[in-house]
Write a protein that binds this ligand. Structure first.
Ligand code: EPZ
Length: 432
């Protein structure tokens, strides 16, 4: 096991280029199963979740070849419909294979994904959509089986109590592009990752209208062909590096992001008082000066609202800003596993239902902390960059799921950060 040690207090300075989006790459890799022809994906990030998805594609019978770093060719000539529990439980996002298997094979059998620390991760909206299409959906022994031989296009309302569903929209897109008839997905997710998936499906020959809107109209086609597609940049990674510049009162420039996809986040950065300069549509610079910052009220919402995947990281910044900030989670009401660890570093945060009340301004001190999920681990590292003294972050395998070489990139920006073996931690810091 590895840990990350940070000695805080150094302002970051320099530039970083964001990689391809994890949350677009995963459904796109699944989408390659929709055709027997080769699909080439460029700008695929080098993440453990992506490597795992590639192994799952091979499990299903696809040939996966690495052309060069970030570029893969996937050819799914003959595939089988079963996704076993030991694969799904390791990465719940593998549920996005469901739509691709139904689309290509008209059948699927996939293990129900478990929940995770950010909350229950239901798939009722995914299954409701498949049932609306006329699929026979059964749930037995922890597996979902879908028979789509009689499926046909129809109207499906995708909305749930927390807004739409991102992977649910991806699944129903992939299930319906090859389903006879016309399907209207109402209250579909509008996340940029879904827009990019639609573009890839259209490049394969799918017929999709309303791309980027909450109403997608899909006209089923007989067959899809291969494609060559470049994955869009990761807006969450971009936001995380911008926060690293802000929280250390440095100057960080992020290259390669799509600024218009970060509207709500940049608006909040500006409202909090961080100096944000959009140098061009793909280059954003921040300069941090905590003395000029003021508390804010953040509510996470479906896109184009404030992204839940940037909530934990932004919370770390708010612990340093004098005054009371509120963070309300409308997507995952329990997504506060980073809070107890930030409290170990001296943060004054109280949780009231879906809202974190942050009494900021007391400063943070380094401490041994435990990562619990992908974005919480990023938040703890950001806090460590600003804390006085040494912070050790354990279970950083969570971090590697969504950030490629996060520690190395931060070191290149001037952070005193190192990835070490767990045995190198001070003895009384080690996990029980
Ligand atoms: C995607 O998860 C992302 N993951 C998540 O990013 C992201 O936080 C989330 O969308 C919201 O933007 C991937 O794309 C791989 P949802 P997803 O279905 O699709 C409820 C990260 O850190 N819901 O949009 O699983 C659900 O409980 C990860 O990169 C239902 O009630 O999220 C949640 O409260 C974490 N029924 C809300 O909707 C359903 O059938 C949004 O879930 C499906 C979802």
């Amino acid at each position: 096991m590895e840990v990350v040690r940070i000695v805080g207090g150094r302002p970051l300075a320099g530039a970083v280029t964001v990689a391809g989006a994890k949350n677009a790459s995963l459904p796109m890799l699944a989408a390659t199963l929709l055709t027997a022809e080769p699909c080439v994906l460029h700008n695929v990030p080098d993440l453990s979740d992506v490597r795992f998805m590639i192994e799952i594609l091979r499990h299903h019978g696809a040939t996966v070849e690495k052309l060069e770093p970030g570029s893969w060719r996937i050819t799914a000539e003959e595939i089988q419909p079963h996704t076993p529990y030991d694969l799904v439980r390791k990465m719940r996002a593998s549920i996005c294979l469901l739509g691709a298997l139904v689309g290509r094979l008209r059948e699927a059998e996939i293990a129900m994904p478990g929940g995770c620390v950010i909350g229950p991760r239901p798939i009722d909206l995914h299954l409701k959509g498949l049932a609306r299409l006329g699929c026979t959906v059964t749930h037995q022994n922890g597996y979902i089986s879908v028979d789509a031989r009689n499926a046909s296009g129809t109207y499906i309302f995708m909305g749930g109590r927390h807004g739409s569903t991102v992977t649910g929209t991806a699944n129903l897109l992939m299930a319906t592009v090859l389903t006879p008839g016309v399907t209207r997905l109402d209250s579909a997710a509008c996340e940029p990752e879904i827009v990019d998936l639609c573009r890839m499906l259209v490049a394969m020959g799918a017929r999709i209208e309303g791309i980027g809107s909450p109403v997608l109209t899909i006209t089923g086609v007989e067959k899809l062909g291969g494609c060559t597609h470049t994955v869009l940049p990761d807006r969450i990674e971009a936001g995380t590096y911008l926060l690293a510049g802000a929280i250390t009162e440095g100057e960080v420039t992020v290259h390669g992001a799509i600024t218009e996809q970060l509207g709500a986040f940049l608006d909040k950065l500006d409202e909090v008082g961080v100096e944000v300069d959009v140098l061009n549509p793909a280059v954003i610079r921040v300069r941090g000066n905590l003395a000029k910052c003021r508390p804010v009220d953040i509510i996470t919402l479906p896109h184009p609202g404030f992204a839940t995947d940037l909530q934990a990281q932004f919370s770390a910044l708010l612990t340093l800003i004098p005054g009371i900030s509120l963070i309300t989670e409308r997507i995952y009401p329990n997504r506060f596993m980073h809070v107890p660890e930030l409290q170990r570093m001296g943060a004054d945060i109280a949780i009231e239902g879906p809202t974190a009340i942050v009494k900021g301004g007391k400063g943070l001190t380094g401490a041994p902390v435990m990562a619990s999920d992908l974005r919480a681990s990023a938040a703890l590292i950001l806090a460590g960059l600003a804390a006085q003294g040494e912070t050790w972050v354990q279970r950083i395998y969570h971090l590697d799921r969504g950030y490629a070489q996060f520690d190395k990139q931060l070191a290149a920006l001037g952070a005193d950060i190192a990835r070490l073996k767990a045995e190198e931690m001070p003895k009384d810091y080690c996990e029980e």
